[in-house]
Design a protein around this ligand. Structure first.
Ligand code: CU
Length: 688
């Protein structure tokens, strides 16, 4: 049993803040707490899905950015432990899915991918999560070939002194305990907002009662103050601080520090003239300091790779900014024009023997630096009442510098870096064109779009891996995706339906291949390499809900992706299998009860040893089905209690794309990191 000790005192500060705010008088209308447990998301517009990260959801998500995406059709999560999984959309992982926290890009530091951007997202601190599918927008950075994920807060604006407070507590199996507090106060001249979250879980058990090395503890604080000198002007200064520690069941180390510091400044001016609808300028600073070791959260066991207590401490500083002008040249025309830039530098220090050479006494050594500057324009033209054409183009200039003098080769020692000190830069053009048509017989929209995106290789593809011919992959090409997106959304009072289909060709898809045999001295060694192949994927998502009677409601969702590696003539690796969900809910004015059935097909389209920066295929997986039950009760206008049993029948299963289980002293090794067995949880939400 592992005990965690990271500080969780900070949320206490916010309870103090919260106690002071009632003096200002409560908001007139209490936030409506619908007595409903969310099992499927909403599709609001073509290619757009939104989720409420503050709503109770089943299965109970870990309080991180990846798990909150899990119930959205098309998303899957690569499990490594109890938290910090990697989100995958339509089989596309890593930097193919751009994640922005309040408009800012946060890149993790861990070379072994313990901290995807979503590890720094604490969903309860945001009002909304928006997913934009495909290369069908140019407004949110470059290279987002698969999707853009935006964690956002609603803009605040008050006319009279107001305060509001939202809080939730979660308790569940395996020592799960979450506390969230979100307090806001404001008047005509400005506003202040703070959100604090704290979450912890102990090792969970899989369906067979095997303990999984997965305990974690995380906390976050977000705060913003704004000055609103006029009806149309907002100047907001924001900051965030978070940290945590997490055990990993798929590797020989655990994360003992995930420290993020953030500062942001946003200036927005609206309704400047008939032509200029708004001007917005945003800058942000993010610093991520991560520590992992092989002894703090597990019993130390000497291995050939790590005979002593070892620590690695990477960090990354990211600076970014964006300026955006929204123009309305005609009543039927909207034009967004902007520039964005981002610069990040990564460094690492480590020790193979903490006892004799503590890592903190060592200097940090920079290993890579990246920068990007882009200009973009996106035009929406209405044609008559029911047709729209939307098009966008962006051009980015990327630069990367390889600052490693040596390349670590694991057991084989180290080699001189053949690309040491090299710098490369490239121009990346991206764009899309989409036609949308509104329907009237049944209210809805159909769309057809073609997009191209070009993605610069990320830190993991360039710096962490070797190439086939060299110990450095620093010369890996850019990845080019051309994708066709089509679909429809229909909505009536009784039912709604959203369907999206996509097909693409990806030139120079950056495949990460493990176990690649290279000569070493008299023998051979296995390397992990980045390799460009030509690939294609196609598939889609479906979600539908029907109101059967006044009280009964059914949600059905499905997702499928098929991928092919054309260069190797094999299936593309790390593609999640077909899956479907069926949810049934009975709702009354003040309470609801429901059930969820999730069924996942077998996956035998695999390419063992191939995959992405997150993980590689380890073999075929059988299908499985998991049933869950939930209920929710609004017992006061301002309070709601929800309860759930996830994995009711205590099924033992693992997601196809999850990582293989590692040998951890005191735990049974499994083929993959298994999902939790039967999980009971209860959640209390209050809102004033
Ligand atoms: Cu790490």
């Amino acid at each position: 049993m592992i005990s965690l000790s990271a500080g969780s005192r900070r949320p206490a500060l916010f309870f103090v803040f919260a106690c002071l705010t009632p003096a200002l008088g409560w908001a007139e209308e209490p936030t409506k707490l619908d007595p409903y447990v969310v099992t499927a998301p909403r599709g609001d517009a073509p290619l757009t899905v939104t989720a409420d990260p503050k709503a109770p959801a089943q299965p109970l998500p870990a309080h991180d950015g990846a798990d909150v995406l899990k119930s959205i059709p098309g998303f899957s999560v690569v499990r490594k432990g109890g938290t910090d999984g990697d989100p995958v959309f339509r089989g596309m992982a890593g930097s193919r899915v751009v994640v922005a926290l309040d408009g800012q890009c946060v890149l993790g530091g861990c070379g072994n991918r313990m901290d995807p951007p979503t590890a720094y997202a604490f969903p309860g601190a945001y009002d909304r999560v928006t997913i934009l599918k495909g290369p069908q927008t140019v407004l949110h950075g470059a290279g987002n070939s698969a999707a853009v994920v935006l964690f956002e807060n609603d803009p605040l604006r008050y006319t009279t002194p107001t305060a509001s407070l939202q809080s939730s507590l979660v308790a569940g199996s395996a020592g799960r305990f979450d506390a969230l507090l979100d307090a806001r106060t404001g008047r005509a001249e400005g506003y202040a907002r703070v959100a604090g979250t704290s979450t912890r879980g102990e090792d969970y058990e899989d369906g067979d009662g095997r303990e999984v090395h997965s305990a974690y503890e995380r906390w976050s604080t977000n705060a913003a103050v704004a000055w609103t000198p006029g009806e149309h002007t907002t100047i907001e200064l924001s900051g965030a601080r978070s940290d945590g520690e997490a055990a990993y069941a798929d590797r020989a180390m655990d994360g003992v520090k995930f420290d993020r510091e953030n500062l942001g400044l946003k200036v927005k001016r609206e309704a400047l003239s008939q032509l200029v609808r708004s001007i917005e300028v945003q800058v942000g600073y993010n610093y991520v300091d991560h520590v992992m070791d092989n002894y703090s959260l597990r019993d130390f066991a000497a291995t050939a790779m790590m005979p002593a207590r070892a620590v690695s401490n990477p960090d990354r500083r990211t600076l970014g900014g964006r300026a955006l002008v929204q123009l309305a040249p005609a009543e039927t025309t909207a034009f967004a024009l902007g520039v964005d830039l981002q610069e990040n530098r990564h460094s690492v220090r480590s020790t193979s023997n903490e006892t004799t050479m503590p890592y903190a006494a060592k200097a940090r050594t920079r290993d890579a630096e990246f920068s990007q500057a882009g200009a973009f324009g996106e035009l929406t033209q209405k044609i008559g009442d029911e047709h729209r054409v939307i098009g966008g183009f962006r051009l980015d200039r990327w630069r990367a510098t390889d600052e490693r003098s040596v390349v670590a080769l694991g057991m084989a020692g180290a080699a001189t870096n053949p690309t040491a000190g090299q710098r490369r830069s490239t121009e990346l053009p991206s764009g899309f064109l989409r036609y949308e048509r509104d329907l009237y017989v049944v209210p809805g929209t159909v769309y057809l779009g073609l997009g191209r995106s070009e993605r610069f290789p990320d830190y993991w593809e360039l710096i962490k891996n070797e190439s086939a011919a060299s110990v450095s992959a620093f010369r890996a090409p850019t990845e080019k995706t051309v994708q066709l997106d089509t679909g429809l959304g229909l909505r009536t009072a009784k039912w709604s339906l959203n369907a999206s289909l996509f097909a693409n060709r990806i030139d120079d898809f950056l495949l990460v291949q493990s176990g690649y045999v290279k000569p070493a001295g008299m023998g051979t060694r296995a390397a992990t390499i980045t390799r460009a192949v030509d690939a294609e994927t196609w598939g889609g998502e479906l979600s539908a809900n029907f109101r059967l009677t006044e009280h009964w409601r059914v949600d059905v969702t499905g997702a499928y992706t098929r991928g092919r590696n054309r260069t190797d003539g094999r299936p593309l690796a790390q593609i999640p299998p077909l899956e479907g969900r069926l949810a049934l809910a009975y709702t009354q004015a003040s309470w609801s009860a429901g059930g969820l059935l999730r069924a996942v097909a077998r996956q035998d389209r695999v390419a063992i040893g191939q995959g992405t920066i997150v993980g590689q295929d380890i073999g075929a997986t059988p299908g499985f089905a998991v049933a869950s039950l939930n209920a929710s009760w609004r017992f006061r206008a301002w309070a709601r209690l929800s309860v759930g049993v996830d994995n009711l029948f205590d099924k033992t299963y693992a997601e196809h794309i999850s990582r293989s289980g590692a040998m951890v002293a005191g735990y049974e090794q499994t083929t993959r990191v298994n999902e939790p067995g039967r999980t009971l949880w209860t959640r209390l939400d209050v809102s004033f």
